[in-house]
Design a protein around this ligand. Structure first.
Ligand code: NAD
Ligand code: ZN
Length: 342
């Protein structure tokens, strides 16, 4: 395509704490892929973690890596097997590239694929760049009424949607969410959209508690000062989105007998759990790892006005200022930083 240049800008994490703008060849859409001109990329806690620590557990940045996996843009070229009519389409990208052949993929749980290639996870480059490629069926068309930023934030919304699916939240439920960060906000909104009548969110930070009542929470509580009120809950589900062990231990006790606990937050590798209590209360405990096929639902909810995505964005940066975007969380008012690439 003559409108696509040969080279592009890419903001590259060279090593822990070192970001450099590089000129790189524009990637080519392979068979079944689209080439996307990137519009907006949300900053996720995992990007910040790779930048500051150079690793997340076993995933180590031992070669230059492009961060960013919450991405929207416009299709500018297609690979073989993809209709030309897709060129010009605005899309939001599900940043997973599963193998599609293993038993996890074939059973519809491709988020658990062992061969998964995920944007901005070593060694796979992400989207802090002018162009990215994606499987055509993972580049979801978005309506003209949706902003580029909202389209990018379908990724964290997807974590919320998969979490409420795993929690089996339904009409009239009471749900406790620990953590009023972007993920807690997405879980709270997804829970309301699923019919939860009471969504109680805890956070230590006052500004986060204040914001969350317009982002899905019916009540916001301090986990320590309001500990009695949390303990008095008989929640149908508890969704842990803080990664803090005290929040996990508190939430377990706030669930009704037979209720569910979903671990979304990733904090300590291990924690001592009250096993006899969990057994006697028949509490189901499950994890969440990313999401499966949540973009169409997220787009439908946003279009119906049932979730609010734009209101999460507090900080904006151009591609030249990715470092500042990764440091945006030094401002206590920061909820979600977005890099505006084009
Ligand atoms: P965040 O750091 O912005 O939010 C976490 C919030 O928890 C903060 O506001 C913090 O003040 C609050 N908190 C700390 N201790 C608390 C306590 N004791 N009680 C209640 N709240 C407490 O992070 P985020 O971007 O919203 O992500 C939340 C978590 O979700 C992270 O651990 C992240 O790694 C995880 N995550 C998991 C998946 C997945 O697929 N499982 C995907 C994305 C993010
Ligand atoms: Zn697979």
């Amino acid at each position: 395509d003559p409108s696509v240049p040969a080279t592009m800008r890419a903001s590259v994490l060279l090593e822990q704490g070192v970001i450099e703008m590089q000129e790189r060849p524009v990637p080519v859409a392979g068979p079944g892929e689209v080439l996307v001109r990137v519009a907006s990329v949300g900053v996720c806690g995992s990007d910040v973690h790779y930048y500051r620590h150079g690793r997340i557990g076993d995933a180590v940045v031992d070669a230059p890596l492009v961060l960013g996996h919450e991405v929207s843009g416009t299709v500018v070229d297609v690979g073989s097997g993809v209709p030309e009519t897709r060129v010009g389409e605005r899309v939001a990208i599900d940043p997973q590239v599963p193998c599609r052949r293993c038993r996890h993929c074939l059973s519809g749980r491709f988020n658990l694929c062992r061969e998964m290639r995920f944007y901005a996870t070593p060694p796979v480059d992400g989207a802090f760049a002018d162009y990215v490629t994606a499987p055509a069926d993972f580049a979801h068309p978005v309506p003209g009424t949706m902003t580029d930023e909202a389209a990018a934030l379908l990724e964290p919304l997807s974590v919320g949607l998969w979490s409420i699916h795993k929690a089996a939240i339904g009409p009239g439920d009471q749900v406790l969410v620990a953590g009023a960060g972007p993920i807690g906000a997405m879980v709270a909104q997804a829970a309301r959209a699923a019919g939860a009548a009471d969504v109680v969110v805890t956070d230590l930070v006052a500004s986060r508690r204040e914001r969350i009542t317009s982002l899905g929470a019916t009540r916001a509580l301090h986990p320590v000062e309001d500990a009695d009120a949390v303990a008095a809950l008989e929640a149908d589900s508890f969704v842990e989105c803080s990664g803090a062990t005290p929040a996990l231990l508190q939430g377990l006790r706030a669930v009704r007998p037979g209720g569910s606990v979903v671990l979304v937050g990733m904090g300590a590798d291990e924690a001592a759990l009250p096993t006899a209590y969990l057994a006697a209360m028949e509490i189901s405990l499950t994890g969440v790892f990313r999401y499966v096929d949540t973009w169409p639902r997220g787009i439908a909810l946003a279009q119906a006005g049932m979730v609010e995505l734009d209101a999460l964005v507090t900080h904006r940066y151009p591609l030249e200022e990715v470092e500042a975007a990764l440091d945006a969380d030094s401002d206590p008012q920061c909820m979600k930083a977005v890099v505006q690439v084009s």
